[in-house]
Design a protein around this ligand. Structure first.
Ligand code: F6P
Length: 417
């Protein structure tokens, strides 16, 4: 077979526990399709602009490495949160990217990321078409937040939801064991910025032998602190341990983040997103002071996106599938598009890869529909849980060495500069 030109792949935005499965899907498919070289950008477009990239054949040597990569959390190639300017604002930066791509004989540029990263695909493909460049630009969906438009769900979400559901069960059990003679409030903080998909996933803890969290507050609705306090007081008359799940992005009716009340939202990234942290800690302190009982906060923080020991098999397999589908699409001539996951059926669960114009996806946020929350706005409905359940199924056990998961780690000596 005559060798095709080269392909380059990058990872961008918040990592997930399955983002490297998509990288493995891109690599395996590109090799199968006869691409000559598969380059990896180090730290996404930001690293590429600095000529930081690696030939992936120096990193992946065997099928075992592919298996390790699929099970390795966080971005193997390194990630970034870098916003490309509008084309008219700074053409030089685009000229620089294309100079590098042409020098490396790149045919296809694949970017694994969320809505901000799809902005990069959109701008590069627009510039490429405008200036008659030969490259094709394809997006591979990725985000634990599950907030990308037009795809049924995003790779990374299922595994994070599985970790969140399992950990919420464990937190509930832990708290139950300690309530003899003293009430206890536990507030769990979950990521997801403006979308409550992950926070809603705490409802998965409600199973035959577990009551699940008592209240779930998503960022889609304004949060009423006093109303919540009232509900907590009332429930404490009936049970000793109360577990409340809150989104990191919970906002008051006046638009302030709850975490701002304790001063915890100062850092703002290139896309204007505040670092949200401290919502649960603030609320636990507030309940403790108002009610006079023990209250604890638990922040899942980066654990929810890196817990590869709790990865869902469905998620790992789909992450691999969308990586491969992007290479196929590029190879067949598509550009300016993102691969999506279409849910084919729920029982048995089946999905397939589709494709959409990235202009319809970049910078959009898909939030939880109002009718998937209860009327009070303090829990999710059965429809929500039925939607998430298939995505957390199956395990993909880590390769254990000396009792701990083994990861594939970048060999920096092979780095190109
Ligand atoms: O984009 C995914 C995400 O995990 C959000 O849920 C969260 O707000 C954000 O990343 C945190 O990002 P960082 O690790 O850059 O603080």
């Amino acid at each position: 077979m005559t060798k095709k030109r080269n392909i380059i792949v990058g990872q961008s935005g918040g990592p997930t526990s399955v983002i490297n499965s998509s990288l493995a899907g891109v690599y395996s498919n590109a090799i199968e399709r006869g691409f000559h070289k598969v380059y990896g950008m180090l730290h996404g477009i930001q690293g590429l602009l600095d000529e930081q990239y690696v030939d992936l054949s120096t990193q992946i040597h065997s099928d075992l490495d592919i298996e390790l990569l699929k099970r390795t959390p966080s971005a193997f190639l390194g990630s970034c949160r870098f916003k490309l300017p509008e084309i008219h604002e700074n053409r030089e930066i685009f000229e620089k990217v294309f100079e590098i791509l042409n020098r490396l004989d790149i045919d296809s540029f694949i970017y694994i990321g969320g809505n901000d990263s799809m902005d990069t695909i959109k701008k590069l493909s627009d510039y490429g078409i405008l200036t008659g460049q030969p490259q094709k630009f394809l997006g591979v969906p990725k985000t634990i937040d599950n907030d990308l438009a037009l795809t049924d769900h995003t790779p990374g979400f299922g595994s994070a939801a599985k970790y969140i559901g399992a950990s919420t069960k464990e937190i509930i059990r832990d708290a139950l064991g300690l309530t003899y003679c003293k009430p206890m409030i536990t507030v769990i903080e979950v990521m997801g910025r403006n979308a409550g998909w992950l926070t809603g996933a705490t409802a998965l803890a409600k199973t035959e032998e577990c009551e699940g969290p008592d209240f779930i507050y998503l960022p889609e609705l304004p949060f009423d602190l006093e109303k919540c306090l009232k509900k907590v007081r009332a429930l404490l008359k009936k049970k000793d341990s109360i577990v409340i799940a809150v989104s990191e992005g919970l906002k008051l009716a006046d638009g302030r983040y709850v975490c701002e009340l304790s001063g915890g939202a100062d850092y703002v990234d290139a896309f204007g997103h505040r670092q949200l942290q401290g919502t649960a800690a603030y609320l636990a302190g507030y309940f403790s002071a108002e009610i006079g009982c023990k209250a604890r906060s638990v922040e899942f923080s980066t654990l929810q996106r890196s817990a590869s020991h709790m990865a869902s098999r469905v998620d790992i397999d789909e992450a691999f599938m969308v990586g491969g589908a992007a290479v196929k699409a590029a190879d067949e001539g598509d550009t300016g598009k993102m691969v999506v996951i279409d849910r084919v059926s729920d029982d048995p669960y089946m999905s397939s890869a589709g494709i959409y114009d990235v202009h319809r996806i970049a910078n959009e946020e898909k939030v939880v529909p109002r009718d998937w929350m209860n009327r009070e706005g303090d829990y999710v409905t059965k429809d929500f849980v039925d939607y998430v359940k298939p995505l957390i199924q199956g395990d993909y056990q880590p390769i254990m060495v000396n009792g701990l998961p083994r990861h594939l780690v970048l060999n920096k000596r092979q780095k190109r500069k």
